[in-house]
Write a protein that binds this ligand. Structure first.
Ligand code: SAM
Length: 230
C-alpha cells in the first residue's frame, strides 16, 4: 500500500514514520509513505496558501488551487482521497479495515487554520473522515491516527495477524477482557487464579465473560455524554 500525506508541515511526520510498527512497515516496504508540502504549490513569490473567508468570519482558509494542484500531482487511477475533517464520518475499526483492503493508494489531506475551500472537497475528495467529535488545530494528528489504524490491517505490517482480529472491536464482544503479565501479585492485586491454572477451556470462558462485562459497561457509559469531571 502507498500512503501520501499532504500537509503544510511534512517534518511533523518524520520521527513517527521511523518509529515502532509504522517505522518497521516502512523499512520492510509493506507500506510506502510519501510526504508532500502543500506550500510547494502555493501562489506567487511568497507561496501563499491561505486567504480570508468570503462572507467574513474568523481566521484564514486554505485556498483551493494549491491543494488541488498538490493532489493532482500525486493522484492516479488507484488513489482514494481522504480529507481529515471534524465534519466527516467518525472513524472506527471497520472503516480502518475497509480502507486497508479496498485501496492501493490513500491520499490523506490535512487541513490547517480554519479548514479548506469547499471546492477542494467538491472536486477532489472521495471521503471526509473525522477522528471524533472535537476540533484539533490541524489534520496532521488525525492523519497519523488513520495511518496507524489502517496499517494494522495491511498484510505484513503486524507480525502476528491473529492479534489484530482478537483485539477490541473485532472479537465476539466489543472490547477485549482484562490482561495481565508478571508479577502474579502487584501492590496487593493478584492475577485471577484461573489465568494461572493452565486450563485453556476455563481461561477462554473467563476471558469471554470479562469481555462481555466490560463491553456492557462501556455501552452503558457511552449512552451518557462525556462530561467535565472536576
Ligand atoms: N473550521 C473547521 C470546523 O469548524 O469544522 C475546523 C477547522 S480545524 C481548526 C483545522 C483542521 O484540523 C481541519 O481542516 C481538519 O483537517 C483538522 N481537524 C480538526 N479536528 C479534526 C477531527 N476531529 N477529525 C479530523 N480532522 C480534524
Amino acid at each position: 500500500m502507498k500512503v501520501t500525506i499532504l500537509s503544510l508541515f511534512p517534518e511533523f511526520f518524520e520521527s513517527m514514520l521511523q518509529t515502532s510498527i509504522i517505522g518497521r512497515a516502512v523499512r520492510n516496504e509493506v507500506c510506502k509513505i510519501e510526504l508532500i508540502n502543500i506550500r510547494d504549490f502555493g501562489e506567487g513569490k511568497h507561496k501563499i496558501v491561505d486567504d480570508k473567508p468570503f462572507g467574513g468570519g474568523p481566521g484564514m482558509l486554505m485556498k483551493a488551487a494549491p491543494i488541488i494542484e498538490a493532489i493532482r500531482s500525486v493522484k492516479t487511477k488507484d488513489s482514494h482521497v481522504v480529507y481529515l475533517s471534524p465534519q466527516g464520518s467518525v472513524l472506527n475499526a471497520k472503516k480502518c479495515e475497509c480502507l486497508a483492503k479496498s485501496h492501493k493508494h490513500l491520499i490523506l489531506l490535512c487541513g490547517h487554520y480554519e479548514g479548506i475551500d469547499q471546492r477542494v472537497i467538491d472536486l477532489e475528495v472521495d471521503e471526509e473522515i473525522s477522528i471524533g467529535d472535537y476540533v484539533l488545530t490541524s489534520g496532521m494528528i488525525p492523519a497519523l491516527v488513520v495511518l496507524d489504524g489502517v496499517l494494522r490491517f495491511v498484510d505484513g505490517a503486524i507480525g502476528n495477524k491473529d492479534s489484530v482480529y482478537s483485539d477490541s472491536f473485532h472479537g465476539g464482544y466489543e472490547l477485549k477482557g482484562a490482561q495481565y503479565t508478571r508479577p502474579a501479585t502487584y501492590e496487593g492485586l493478584a492475577v485471577p487464579e484461573v489465568l494461572q491454572s493452565g486450563n485453556h477451556q476455563e481461561i477462554a470462558s473467563w476471558r469471554e465473560d470479562v469481555a462481555k462485562q466490560k463491553s456492557l459497561k462501556r455501552k452503558n457509559i457511552n449512552t451518557r455524554k462525556a462530561s467535565c469531571i472536576r
